[in-house]
Design a protein around this ligand. Structure first.
Ligand code: GLY
Length: 263
């Protein structure tokens, strides 16, 4: 039996005290994995729990765009090559559940009003998302969760309201494959931070390749890529699980995170 594991984060630049909330969500996910739930079910469950917690910039608690709207992004990928993502989606408190519903569709991703219409047809609740009371504080945080189940299956789920002060049509790293997320060959990676910088580096695919093809450890890959390819003023962080069920997190700023493993 594979060593089961979960890791989740609450965003680069977010208050480290939020790790307590993340640990609760991760521990609940650990209990599910122990009782036979799949990595996919658990990654989505943990991510949805963080979307429901208004202290995180995802789902309820998302930041507003420059016009005052709340538009959310999310993604889900499994190690067997399935993916789903939604971008700039209105009136959706749990976009990660819509992204998960795309896994078995012919299309991978949906954006904007079209994504919301598709979600309506499938019964995903439509309701106004209550934004964060940011008191002028800018944020680029995100939430993300990765799970590895007893059968060695990996899944990654990420969600965000985006960076502060971006226009309504802006797309960050979270819904872009290889940028904010990547899962393949029992190795899963999720990123957080300034979406534009993460996207330019195709960050998650880049570190995944270093681990899966070049034999780097997660600490080597995460620390080298963040220190060499991002300046210190650009908040960025990574979490990962490898094929051995090891977890690792690294950021160039505060990043609350929590992990669970079966031993
Ligand atoms: N990493 C969140 C965003 O830039 O949208």
């Amino acid at each position: 039996m594979t060593r089961m594991a979960i890791i989740a984060h609450g965003g680069a630049g977010a208050d480290p005290k939020k790790a307590t909330n993340i640990q609760s969500a991760v521990d609940a996910g650990g209990s599910k994995l122990t009782h036979g739930a799949s990595a996919l079910e658990v990654a989505v469950m943990v991510c949805a729990a963080l979307e429901d917690d208004p202290s995180f910039n995802a789902g309820t608690g998302s930041v507003t765009r420059v016009d005052g709207s709340v538009l959310v992004d999310a993604s889900v990928q499994t190690g067997d090559g399935r993916m789903g993502f939604v971008a700039s989606m209105p009136e959706t408190p749990n976009p990660v559940k819509v992204a998960a519903a795309l896994l078995d569709e012919e299309m991978n991703g949906l954006a904007g009003v079209g994504a919301r219409d598709w979600a309506d047809e499938r019964g995903f609740p439509r309701s106004e998302v209550t934004p964060r009371q940011s008191k002028g504080k800018k944020t680029s945080d995100t939430v993300g969760a990765i799970a590895l189940d007893m059968q060695g299956r990996i899944a990654v789920a990420t969600s965000t309201g985006g960076c502060s002060d971006r226009p309504p049509g802006r797309v960050g790293d979270v819904p872009l494959p290889g940028c904010g997320f990547w899962a393949e060959s029992s190795i899963g990676i999720a990123a957080t931070g300034i979406g534009e910088a993460i996207t330019r580096e195709m960050l998650c695919f880049r570190v995944h390749c270093q681990i899966s093809q070049m034999g780097a450890s997660m600490p080597e890959a995460f620390e080298e890529v963040i220190s060499k390819r991002f300046d210190k003023k650009t908040d960025v962080g990574l979490i990962g699980i490898n094929q051995h069920g090891e977890t690792y997190a690294h950021a160039n700023t505060n990043m609350p995170w929590a992990a669970w493993s079966s031993d």
